[in-house]
Design a protein around this ligand. Structure first.
Ligand SMILES: Nc1nc2c(ncn2[C@@H]2O[C@H](COP(=O)(O)OP(=O)(O)O)[C@@H](O)[C@H]2O)c(=O)[nH]1
Ligand SMILES: [Mg+2]
Length: 217
């Protein structure tokens, strides 16, 4: 059996976990990652890689969450990815979800984005299913983003509406602004903890054999 999960690097004694920022186009996924990249600087291991398409920036980088503990005896390295939201990039979204260990769903709080948020969470579930994964099994948190727009007179979805529409499994949610920079680190910290627990329990519960591990190095 191939475990569809974290990569172990035996030489460096690292386990690499993958967290994907998912959501509709323009909800603030890239902005959230850029914000995180800037505040994490000292812990960031790699350069940010930007995959620029005509309309969107998709990117990833990794960092060491040094204060969140180890998995077994291994150092944890977390990779953060965003997906492109546009319809034309459906295959890219599926690809980026391969081997996902945790998800931050970035919803756009603007009232006119209600349908797009709902469609995006359905799209997420379907894309996971095509990789034989189920949303209920994977660590997940929500960012209800762009809360700052309320001050500018933009009508926002209420937390209740967002919860009702999106958060079927009642996982943690955070009111965030990628522009003003609040809520985002809390969301990251929570998903990092949940992801480390999840990877840990999967490694310790299953009898891991060599084929289960994508050995690098
Ligand atoms: N007011 C406000 N604008 C935001 C926020 N997050 C992102 N944006 C803006 O929304 C647009 C799309 O953001 P981007 O991060 O590229 O969205 P992505 O498609 O989900 O990656 C950009 O113009 C951002 O500046 C937020 O929290 N508040
Ligand atoms: Mg983007």
């Amino acid at each position: 059996m191939m475990l569809n999960m974290a990569v172990i690097n035996l030489r460096d004694k690292q386990i690499q976990c993958k967290i994907v920022y998912y959501g509709p186009g323009k909800s603030g996924k890239t902005s959230s990652l850029i914000y995180i990249y800037n505040i994490l600087q000292s812990k960031v291991k790699s350069k940010m890689v930007v995959i620029k398409t005509e309309e969107e920036r998709t990117l990833f980088f990794d960092f060491f969450p040094l204060d969140l503990g180890k998995i077994m005896d291994f150092d944890v390295r977390i990779q953060l990815y965003t997906v492109p939201g546009q319809i034309m990039y459906a295959s890219t979204r599926r690809l980026i979800l391969k081997g996902v260990d945790g998800i931050v769903f970035v919803a756009d709080s603007q009232i006119e984005k209600r349908r797009e948020n709902i469609e995006s969470i359905k799209d997420l579930e379907e894309n996971l299913k095509s990789g034989r994964l189920f949303l209920k099994d994977i660590p997940l948190v929500f960012q209800y983003n762009k809360r700052d727009l309320g001050k500018q007179g933009v009508t926002l979805l209420s937390v209740q509406d967002l919860q009702w529409d999106l958060n079927r499994f009642n996982v943690p949610y955070f009111l965030t602004s990628a522009v003003e920079g609040y809520g985002i680190t809390n969301a990251l910290r929570t998903i990092s903890k949940l992801t480390i627990q999840y990877v840990n329990s999967r490694f310790t519960r299953s009898k891991v054999t060599r084929e289960d591990i994508h050995v690098r190095g």
